[in-house]
Design a protein around this ligand. Structure first.
Ligand SMILES: O=C(O)CCC(=O)C(=O)O
Ligand SMILES: [Fe+2]
Length: 301
C-alpha cells in the first residue's frame, strides 16, 4: 500500500512559514510572565477529531496511556510520544504555527522534545505543580531554553481541572522535584513559599485556545470535579544547542530536525485522518480502506 506517510514527509521543509506569527506584544508578555495565552490560535475543527476520540475514553486509547496517580491516589492519563510521523499526533507538533511561535520565543532553532496528551476523565486527579525543566534537567538538558505549546482539545474550566500557571515563576530558576504518587512534583517546602507570594492563573480555555510557556514556569492542574473529560495536547521543544549531554537512555531525545508543515495542513487533510474509537484510520474516499494506523505507532518513544 502506498501510504500518505511517504507523501507527507516529502513536503518542502524549512521554507514553510506560519501565517499567524506571534505579535511583539505576545512575545513581550511571554518574557514578562513566563507564558502567553492565545485564544482561538487553532480553530475548534482542528482539534475536533482528537476531542471525539478522547472523550469516548476507549480502551484502545487508554491502553497506550501511562496512568499516573496523584498524591491522594487519584488517576489521570498521559500519552507520550517523541517521534513525529504522519498520524494526527505526529502532524500536530510539526505545524508551522506552533514551531514558528516556539522558535521566536526561544530565540533559536528548536527541535521536538516530546509531546503528550493529558487526559483527565471525570473525577480524575490533580497534576501536581511542576516545571518542565524540573525533569528535563535530569534527562541531561543544561539550559532551560525549552518551550511548551499547549492546546485545549476540549473545554477546559476550573471545574474540570484546567491548566494553572504561576505568573513570573520562570524567573525562579529550576526548583527540585520530589516524588508524589507515581509521578513527580516541585519540592513542597519551596512551592509553599512561591504560592504565598506569586499569582496563580487559571487557564480556562475553549477548544483550540493555546498557551505557550517557559520550561521553568510552574504549572499543574487541580482535580476534575466535573462529569466531563478535560484534555490538552502539550508539545515541548528544545533549542538545538541544548540536546541532552547524557546519551544513554536519551536516544529518543537526540536532535532531529522538524519537518514543518503548513498551518492549514490539518484542516486540508482532516478527512484522511479520522479518529474512531481511539484508533486513527486513514480514509481517502473509498469504502475499502482498512484502518490505516494505530493512534501513533510511529510516534511512540
Ligand atoms: O494538562 C495538564 O493539566 C498539565 C500536564 C502537564 O503539565 C504535564 O503532563 O507535564
Ligand atoms: Fe508539565
Amino acid at each position: 500500500m502506498v501510504t500518505t506517510a511517504n507523501k507527507i514527509s516529502q513536503a518542502p521543509l524549512s521554507q514553510i512559514k506560519t501565517d499567524y506569527p506571534l505579535t511583539q506584544e505576545q512575545i513581550n508578555r511571554y518574557h514578562r510572565d513566563g507564558f502567553v495565552i492565545i485564544p482561538g490560535f487553532f480553530k475548534a475543527e482542528e482539534v475536533e477529531p482528537l476531542q471525539d476520540s478522547l472523550e469516548k475514553e476507549t480502551s484502545q486509547y487508554e491502553s497506550r496511556e501511562i496512568t499516573h496517580f496523584d498524591g491522594v491516589g487519584k488517576k489521570y492519563g498521559i500519552l507520550y510520544w517523541t517521534q513525529l510521523g504522519d498520524s494526527v499526533l505526529g502532524i500536530f507538533p510539526r505545524l508551522a504555527r506552533i514551531v514558528d511561535g516556539i522558535e521566536v520565543l526561544s530565540g533559536e532553532e528548536c527541535y521536538h522534545w516530546h509531546s503528550k496528551i493529558a487526559r483527565k476523565p471525570p473525577q480524575s486527579g490533580r497534576i501536581e505543580w511542576h516545571q518542565g525543566f524540573g525533569s528535563w534537567y535530569y534527562d541531561g538538558c543544561v539550559f532551560p531554553n525549552m518551550v511548551t505549546c499547549s492546546v485545549a482539545i476540549g473545554e477546559s474550566t476550573k471545574e474540570n481541572g484546567c491548566l494553572q500557571v504561576i505568573k513570573g515563576s520562570h524567573r525562579l530558576g529550576r526548583l527540585d522535584i520530589v516524588s508524589i504518587g507515581n509521578t513527580v512534583g516541585t519540592d513542597p517546602e519551596r512551592l509553599k513559599i512561591v504560592l504565598q507570594q506569586m499569582e496563580v492563573v487559571d487557564c480556562e480555555m475553549s477548544p483550540g485556545d493555546t498557551i505557550f510557556f517557559h520550561s521553568n514556569t510552574l504549572h499543574g492542574s487541580p482535580p476534575n470535579k466535573s462529569d466531563r473529560t478535560r484534555s490538552m495536547i502539550h508539545c515541548a521543544y528544545s533549542g538545538i544547542s541544548n540536546a541532552p549531554f547524557i546519551k544513554e537512555g536519551q536516544e529518543h531525545h537526540k536532535y532531529s530536525p522538524i519537518q514543518k508543515l503548513s498551518d492549514t495542513f490539518l484542516l486540508e487533510h482532516q478527512s484522511m485522518f479520522v479518529m474512531e474509537n481511539g484508533v486513527e484510520v486513514y480514509r481517502p474516499n473509498s469504502g475499502k480502506d482498512k484502518p490505516y494506523m494505530n493512534i501513533n505507532p510511529y510516534d511512540q518513544e
